[in-house]
Design a protein around this ligand. Sequence first.
Ligand SMILES: Nc1ncnc2c1ncn2[C@@H]1O[C@H](COP(=O)(O)OP(=O)(O)OP(=O)(O)O)[C@@H](O)[C@H]1O
Length: 296
Amino acid sequence: MKKPRLTRPVLLDVQDITRLYGPAKGCEAIDFRLHAGEVLGIVGESGSGKSTLLRVLAGLEAPDAGRVIYRRAVHEPEAARADFHEPEAARAGAGEDVLDKGELERDEAELDLYAVGEARRRALLRLEWGLVHQNPRDGLRMGVSAGANIGERLMAQGQRHYGQLRATGQAWMRQVELDPGRIDDAPRTFSGGMQQRLQIARTLVTRPRLVFMDEPTGGLDVSVQARLLDMLRTLVRSLGLSVVLVTHDLAVARLLAHRLMVMRRGQVVETGLTDQILDDPQHEYTQLLVSSVLTP
Ligand SMILES: Nc1ncnc2c1ncn2[C@@H]1O[C@H](COP(=O)(O)OP(=O)(O)OP(=O)(O)O)[C@@H](O)[C@H]1O
């Protein structure tokens, strides 16, 4: 994947984050910066602390120590929209600062995630960030229609026009290769792969400034995974998304991430550009991780 320009501003400043459940269980002294338009992959074997770190970064679990600073004033880079189509009306509304007063201050340039109250963290996740869960059932509302699932976050941003919400819902279903004719169907009538695509549409429809993904292709069978991954790559690229991606699958990391952070027993053992890490791993653990994938 094309590398982001190094001059891009820092969107998320992660300072010395620790969240431990026991010795080497969780994450410890994690320090990094995510730039606007960058996809950072967090890789490592099961239990290395990736999901714990993601939960802390996404505002879902307070750390024992450290700070997560979100720079709201940073503008996302111009996206290459050539291969992305959505209704003009949706584009005009999405991403605007239509914020519930008292939850997020409109002019607040910088936010210290755990210095503010939980209501503001939740508002951030609802209004400016997006979270894609491994299991689509955790990210979707299974009891309401596909269209309502996509429209919900737009409504939270202040869009109320039924016709526009429906048109945007259909455009996004098309975008993620779902039949727009099924807009009134409940997600439980969709297959696992379809549900994951719906979750992605629901998350990205508001053009979140920052997206967290936890094993977005995990739990699906291989052929479904490949198509989904291809679609995700197109979306990430065309929308110019800033993403923190957790995966144990190095092929997924290779395809989506500009930069990787390798975790082992709660700590970062190596970090660098994706190709550099995967083609020329320096740390013994990364070498093992890479060779276990490459050796049949
Ligand atoms: N709520 C919790 N209470 C106690 N221990 C926990 C909790 N959540 C995670 N852990 C432990 O912390 C360690 C890291 O777990 P985590 O889920 O972050 O790893 P991971 O790298 O995401 O693994 P996987 O890829 O299997 O999801 C594990 O030993 C796990 O058992």
